[in-house]
Design a binder for this molecule. Structure first.
Ligand code: ZN
Length: 236
């Protein structure tokens, strides 16, 4: 799915038909990497992983392995400000992942994370003359993070087009998919094997803990799609 294009920008064809995928090392971004390879061709795709001070450093390793498996060059870029700010369970060692009360955002929400990720991704893509930015955000079946919404991505795309005077397009192929549909898409794209290298667990465990919100959502998706998650068969 392509986020609506701004009509206010007349930047011509400044950037090439190349794609940069924001690869977190998780299930969704891995699916997006394979989606981009199918859409743009492997030689036109590269990926970027942000080291934002996440507690679970295993994510970075997983992203590298996924990219290697897909045969795509991956660049890890450091952004340590989120770790300095703390205040969320993904970067703050003092906080445990908690189940939110109804109507509240979970404490795994990292304010501004996707906004910053996409902005740095665009800065990197600009250097590479890559017009297409791909992200695995979804507004269905997820934790309710406001920076995963279609409206946010649409506004951000316009800001990036204006701010870099470039014809960027943000692609969000999973935006309206359930986890089941995401797993089915991964299967169609031949990405299931690569799922063995991905990381989803909020508790940083590998094999996954199986009981955190993130593990449960992943398990539900695979189960509903009737596909065995290869991550469950890894030894460490
Ligand atoms: Zn878990």
């Amino acid at each position: 799915m392509i986020v609506g294009k701004s009509t206010k920008i007349s930047t011509g064809d400044l950037l090439d038909e190349r794609a940069l995928v924001v690869l977190s090392g998780g299930q969704d971004s891995t699916t997006c990497l394979y989606w981009a390879i199918e859409k743009f061709g492997a030689t036109a795709v590269e990926s970027v992983t942000f080291d934002y001070g996440q507690r679970h450093r295993i994510e970075l390793e997983c992203a590298q392995k996924v990219a290697e498996k897909a045969g795509i060059p991956n660049q890890i870029l450091p952004i340590d400000t989120f770790a300095v700010l703390g205040g969320n369970a993904l970067t703050d060692q003092q906080m445990d992942v908690e189940t939110p009360t109804t109507g509240q955002l979970p404490n795994t929400f990292v304010p501004g994370r996707n906004l910053i990720f996409m902005t740095f991704a665009a800065a990197f893509a600009y250097q590479r003359k890559a017009r297409h930015l791909v992200t695995g955000v979804a507004q269905t079946d997820y934790s309710g993070y406001p920076d995963c919404r279609e409206d946010t991505m649409r506004a951000l795309q316009e800001a990036l087009q204006l701010g870099m005077e470039s014809n960027f397009e943000i692609h969000t192929p999973l935006m309206h998919m359930s986890k089941k549909e995401t797993v089915e898409l991964a299967k169609r794209l031949g990405a299931i094997e690569a799922m063995a290298f991905t990381h989803t667990c909020y508790n940083g465990e590998r094999p996954p803990c199986g009981h955190c919100a993130s593990c449960e959502l992943r398990a539900k998706g695979f189960s509903e799609a009737g596909i065995r998650d290869p991550l469950l068969d890894v030894k460490n």
